[in-house]
Design a protein around this ligand. Structure first.
Ligand code: ATP
Length: 862
């Protein structure tokens, strides 16, 4: 490897020159990898450590001629390659925008300000005419003075000249003022139009766009675009007028000299057209790179806390700098192109002057032209060539602006999202939404079904919960309910009457309230955040406070310095406070359909319980459909219907008890989440209802431990309790406190313990097996669930009733089943102790039943 590289590094003839050139020209990932660049990379990779043999060194010395030849051979191609730059943006903008559409767009932006434009143009023409006449009257004054014909003629010319200069000054100033105002008005109009167009775009558009990129379009690109009329076109037209006027004047003076001037000016124009195309392309790339760098900067600044947490300040700075480097590389090529253009322009200018002087002097010598005419001519040649140069210069800037405006024009032309269109309304919406054979793929992932043929109904006035593993499609259903997207297939019906896609967007948004997974706040007052979107029908302060109370937000709002008038931003409140504000925002609208996506994820247990009470209150009238997504299953167990999603399909649905009995995904989730046991172990127990299994297991375990009947249970005990973070001492202290009694009294204490944590039935009663048959589940519960989805396997009603036998521990289920109920009368979750304890105890029995052997390390701690 080293040898191979060494020969490449030393023997190849053009290495040195290539490196020199590569260093000067620079190589960057953005630019196509030229051979010079490739060599440079090789050289830098090799480093100085690679040994160079004496023979190779001699070869190096003698081969410089060959290297020079090689360099001269390669250089032209390398130099051409250097100019080739690609845009970093992979997003197609459709057909490249031509000058015409941009000018048309600019004209439409300018249309409301026609009077101002006319005024500005009048001043522009006046200034141009005055400026055009200045050389004429200057020459006249000079020759009047030098020929001494008459002082009156001289002073007359001088007066006119002075007048022209003053008029020019005033007209130029007013021209600048008017165009400047026009520029500001157009920029404001363009930004408004672009922002409105962006705001109306479909949700999928924002899924694929970076905010930094869009703000760059709004700022830099809009500015560059409107500058065309107010600055570039203004200067270009002024100079064009002067150039045309000058050429006419020159033609009157001498048609042949005029022809020479026009020919040279034509060369200048040809150069300009070539450069214009280059400038347009480079400017587009420049704007794209600028937008990317903005995206990186915005991302790093927005996620500043993440950056700080991970200590990646330097990495982010490097990432941003790498984009700035790319910007610099594009800028370098723009500068080099402009330098070539300016050189060509000035050479053409002076060439026309020299040509006019040469031919003109010859004509003076032959008596075909007077000295005054030649002087006049030379002054106008200069005038015309500089005016042409300015026109060309502005033309290239116009081309650059066209490059910059390509994406702006494409964005402006995009149609608004169908989800905000007007449509039909229902005279009275009951709040029922039915999904009929709905499939959905996100536009950014067309091949992947996020929802697969889902059919279900959210009945009016009922609480429906969506649960399932992460990525199963719950939030997607919420997104469809909010009509952020439309289904790829199937229908969503409101009250079985109106297809959601045909519903009036404004009307539908007044019917729905949403608390999203990550609520965001606007930088305005608390009250304004709560009433956001209700400008057409603003609620009064009482309504706002009522909603805030219902969302358990009133107290913390009142503790803020200015109460409801306190200004907040998205960062000035805690996650739980933001969620409560979002809930208040949803409730104040008094929606028929309330969608809560993980609304309690940032709430503490107390707040969550209070919000549940608030929700119950809000639902008590049963005039509102509520859809709740929750990972925390304790929040959904009292739902009228629980829908369990898996891989984009409805896997099962039913009431809490019905689903537990079904022993499907929901049962597994409950085992893991609420009882902390592995469902595969729990499955080894023979009883069919998980709820009673756990309770029975708990009771058996207490009995086993207390009477030491089961050595395995006793030995497994420490590992189980330590695995869920309860120390053996504290457990013993609680369970065996003061125990020197008989087995019975230990059992009795265990019973008391369980009872004190939520059970209402004694353990002895349970142990006696007196409860012989228990009905769990609720036959009527599942009536709230309905699915049209035959294929999904959802089975809403078949598990509504669950009758347990009386064998073994199951006989205790009825009595201990209540121990596990984790809500008190007010709907609050009961003390966690009972649940945890039952989990511990259940785990012991489950471990023993499944032949689980405690881990040696843990067992050794006994
Ligand atoms: N904007 C998006 N663009 C493309 N795919 C998406 C988008 N949002 C979600 N998905 C995909 O759609 C599928 C369903 O996602 P969804 O957010 O609905 O799941 P979820 O059940 O709500 O998950 P979680 O409980 O983690 O919020 C996932 O595979 C996810 O990667």
């Amino acid at each position: 490897m080293g040898t191979a590289f060494q020969s490449k590094h030393v023997v190849r003839p053009s290495g040195y020159f290539r490196q020199c050139i590569a260093t000067r020209f620079g190589c960057h990932p953005l630019f196509r990898r030229s051979r010079i660049c490739a060599l440079r990379v090789h050289a830098s990779n090799a480093g100085a450590a690679i040994p160079v043999s004496p023979q190779a060194s001699a070869a190096h010395d003698v081969s410089w001629v060959a290297r020079t030849v090689e360099f001269l051979r390669v250089f032209p191609q390398e130099a051409i390659d250097w100019w080739r730059v690609d845009s970093p943006s992979a997003k197609p903008t459709g057909n490249p925008v031509k000058l015409g559409p941009v000018i048309a767009k600019l004209w439409s932006l300018c249309a409301p300000d026609i009077p101002l434009l006319v005024l500005a143009s009048t001043f522009m023409v006046t200034a141009s005419v005055c400026e055009l006449s200045i050389p004429h009257f200057a020459t006249k004054s000079i020759f009047a003075a030098s020929e001494g014909t008459s002082s009156a003629a001289f002073s007359g010319f001088l007066s006119i000249l002075t007048c022209m200069v003053m008029m020019y000054g005033v007209a130029a100033a007013l021209r600048g003022l008017c165009f400047s105002i026009l520029n500001n008005r157009m920029t404001r109009r363009l930004r408004t139009e672009l922002f409105a167009s962006l705001a109306r775009r479909e949700t999928a558009f924002f899924d694929g766009e970076d905010v930094g990129n869009l703000t760059s379009r709004l700022q830099a690109d809009c500015q560059a675009m409107t500058k065309v009329i107010a600055t570039n076109a203004n200067i270009a037209i002024r100079n064009l007028l002067q150039a045309v006027g000058g050429i006419v004047y020159l033609y009157v003076l001498s048609p042949s000299l005029c022809a020479i001037t026009v020919a040279i000016t034509a060369v200048l124009w040809a150069v300009t057209l070539i450069y214009g195309a280059f400038a347009r392309r480079m400017q587009k790339i420049f704007q794209d790179v600028l937008a990317e760098s903005n995206t990186v900067a915005e991302e790093a600044l927005t996620l500043s806390r993440v950056v700080r947490t991970f200590g990646t300040e330097a990495t982010e700075t490097r990432r941003y700098t790498s984009w700035l480097d790319r910007l610099y590389e594009v800028g370098k090529r723009q500068a080099a192109g402009y330098a070539l253009f300016v050189a060509a322009g000035h050479i053409a200018c002076y060439a026309s002057k020299v040509a006019a002087l040469t031919v003109g002097c010859g004509m003076v010598l032959t008596g075909n032209l007077t000295a005054e005419q030649l002087t006049n001519f030379i002054m106008y040649v200069e005038f015309v060539t500089y005016a042409s140069l300015n026109v060309c210069d502005e033309f290239t800037e116009i081309c650059e602006a066209v490059g910059a405006s390509e994406r702006v024009v494409a964005m402006l032309g995009a149609p608004p999202a169908p989800q905000i269109a007007a449509g039909a309304t229902l005279p009275s919406f009951r709040g029922q939404v039915t999904l009929r054979d709905v499939s959905f793929s996100y536009p950014s992932r067309p091949g992947q079904l996020a929802l697969d043929n889902v059919s279900l109904t959210f009945p009016p006035g009922k609480l429906t919960a969506l649960v399932g593993l992460s990525g199963s499609g719950k939030t997607t259903i919420c997104a469809l309910l909010q009509r952020l997207y439309d289904p790829t297939d199937g229908q969503m019906l409101l009250d079985d009457m109106l297809d959601l896609q045909k519903a009036d967007a404004t009307w539908y948004r007044t019917q729905i309230g949403v608390v999203p997974q990550e609520p965001r706040l606007f930088s305005r007052s608390i009250a304004a955040n709560i009433t956001y979107g209700m400008e057409h029908d603003p609620p009064n302060q009482e309504d706002i406070e009522e909603a805030a109370r219902a969302a358990n937000a009133h107290d913390f709002i009142m503790a803020l310095p200015e109460g409801y008038n306190t200004s907040v931003t998205d960062k000035l409140l805690s996650g739980g406070q933001k969620q409560r504000l979002a809930l208040a925002r949803a409730l104040v609208r008094k929606p028929k359909l309330l969608v809560l996506d993980e609304f309690s994820s940032a709430l503490d247990a107390e707040s969550e319980a209070q919000v549940h009470v608030a929700l119950d209150r809000a639902m008590s009238a049963r005039d509102r459909t509520v859809v709740v997504i929750a990972h925390r299953l304790s929040t959904v167990r009292h739902a009228d219907c629980i829908i369990v999603m898996d891989k984009g399909k409805v896997y099962e649905m039913g009431s809490h008890h019905g689903l537990l009995a079904r022993r499907g995904i929901y049962w597994q989730l409950v085992c893991r989440q609420q009882y902390g046991i592995d469902p595969s172990n729990a499955a080894a127990v023979s009883e069919t209802d998980s709820h009673s299994i756990l309770a029975a297991a708990a009771a058996s375990a207490v009995a086993a431990v207390a009477t030491a009947e089961s050595p395995r249970a006793v030995s497994a005990f420490p590992s189980v309790i330590s695995s869920i973070g309860i120390s053996r001492d504290s457990f013993d202290a609680e369970l065996y406190q003061g125990s020197d009694d008989s087995d019975n009294s230990v059992t009795s204490r265990a019973s008391s313990y369980i009872i004190s944590h939520g059970s209402s039935v004694s353990l002895e009663e349970a142990l006696s097996g007196s409860t012989s048959g228990v009905v769990l589940g609720d036959a009527t519960d599942d009536a709230s669930c309905s699915s049209n989805d035959e294929a999904s396997g959802a089975d809403g009603n078949s598990h509504g009733n669950m009758v347990l036998g009386s064998s073994g521990g199951a006989s205790m289920a009825g009595s201990l089943g209540t121990m596990d109920e984790d809500n008190d009368e007010a709907g609050r979750p009961a003390a966690a102790g009972a649940g945890r304890m039952s989990a511990v105890l259940a785990s012991v029995v489950v471990s023993v039943s499944a032949g689980h052997h405690p881990q040696p390390g843990i067992e050794g701690q006994q």
